[in-house]
Design a protein around this ligand. Structure first.
Ligand code: FE
Length: 347
């Protein structure tokens, strides 16, 4: 009898939840970011709006492939991707829907968003990461690596290491630098870097930092959150790596250090625009900004929001001058930069 009663209760409650689901407010989120802190952020969104989040987790390429395969049948409402190059590329493939939001216009600096059209803005950055220089102070002077331009100086011959030139992190930096320097100087800069390579590009950003510490390279490029991870690591070998290298935020006396974004966009075939807009606006709120940025040792994108991250602070990340060139230029220059990389042999 007791067992029967329990079964009846379970049945009744599962029936209720099925009914509730069909009337529920839902947002379908395709995300290339998965950090533990995300859960708390999403729970808060559901708590304040009553909108449940169904999440599809994949990497950036997986999400783009899935959206293309699903076409107009895609249930995706909001897409979270990492890097302006990936945003620009997905945008160029027609996967995003432009949106208008006075809240986002006010909260997020325009240079961290796609170039606006008459229909609105497609993608919006919600956190930033700086692309910094790491060097071996035993082999390289800080004054010789104070700018991105100096990475092409023959003084650094045989010392430079980077990941692949066509990796999105590098493409975004190169696309904004080519915009700033112009095509001729931009291509000469890329060529100069190729001449300075200590080895053919390979590995990820963390591998470059380790290669500087091991003496294989004298100078390398990396995103700030990889440096922060090594600094905060509980592995002694990671802290030993950081003890051997120094970090420079380039171009402090000129254009500022290149910053890239992790961001979001409304899906082209969005099923519930109101929920999607509400979620995008939520991501710009101080609460969500704290989780979104700190979950990966990044900086908040919204104006006036600061998060306390000791590793970023130690690195100089609370005071550096960031480049404010519009990341929308990445869309415009992407193909051009890829052709330049082919010409100068930057693999
Ligand atoms: Fe990364």
């Amino acid at each position: 009898m007791r067992r029967f009663a329990l079964t009846a209760i379970v049945l009744a409650s599962s029936l209720t939840s099925t009914l509730a689901l069909s009337n529920d407010k839902v947002l379908n989120l395709y995300s290339a970011r998965h950090y533990q802190s995300d859960e708390a952020m999403y729970a808060k969104f559901t708590e304040t709006t009553g909108i449940k989040i169904n999440r599809v987790d994949a990497d950036d390429a997986g999400i783009v492939a899935r959206l293309k395969a699903e076409g107009s049948a895609s249930p995706a409402d909001v897409i979270v991707l990492v890097d302006a190059t990936r945003m620009a590329s997905a945008d160029a493939q027609g996967l995003f829907k432009p949106m208008k939001s006075a809240k986002l216009d006010a909260a997020i600096p325009a240079h961290l968003r796609a170039t606006p059209t008459k229909d609105g803005v497609t993608w919006t950055g919600f956190s930033t990461r700086a692309r910094v220089v790491v060097f071996d102070p035993a082999r390289v002077k800080a004054a010789d690596v104070a700018t991105y331009e100096q990475l092409a100086d023959p003084k650094l011959k045989g010392l430079l290491c980077t990941r692949s030139g066509s990796h999105p992190y590098n493409l975004s930096l190169f696309a904004t630098t080519v915009e700033r320097l112009g095509e001729a100087k931009g291509e000469a800069w890329l060529k100069g870097m190729v001449s300075n390579m200590a080895r053919a590009p390979k590995g990820g950003d963390t591998d470059q930092v380790r290669a500087v510490a091991s003496g294989e390279c004298g100078v390398a490029l990396t995103n700030t959150y990889y440096v922060a991870r090594l600094m905060r690591s509980d592995k002694p070998e990671d802290r030993a790596t950081m003890a051997k290298v120094q970090v420079v935020f380039p171009n402090q006396a000129s254009s500022g250090t290149h910053v890239n974004i992790a961001g979001a966009a409304i899906a082209q075939h969005v099923k519930n625009t109101a929920h999607a807009v509400a979620f995008m606006e939520f991501l710009a709120s101080p609460f969500a900004q704290d989780y979104f940025a700190n979950g990966n040792n990044e900086f908040p994108a919204a104006k006036g929001v600061k998060v306390d991250n000791p590793a970023l602070k130690t690195m100089g990340g609370d005071t550096f001058k960031a480049d404010t060139i519009a990341l929308g230029v990445v869309s415009k220059n992407l193909t051009k930069v890829q052709q330049m990389l082919d010409r100068v042999g930057y693999r």
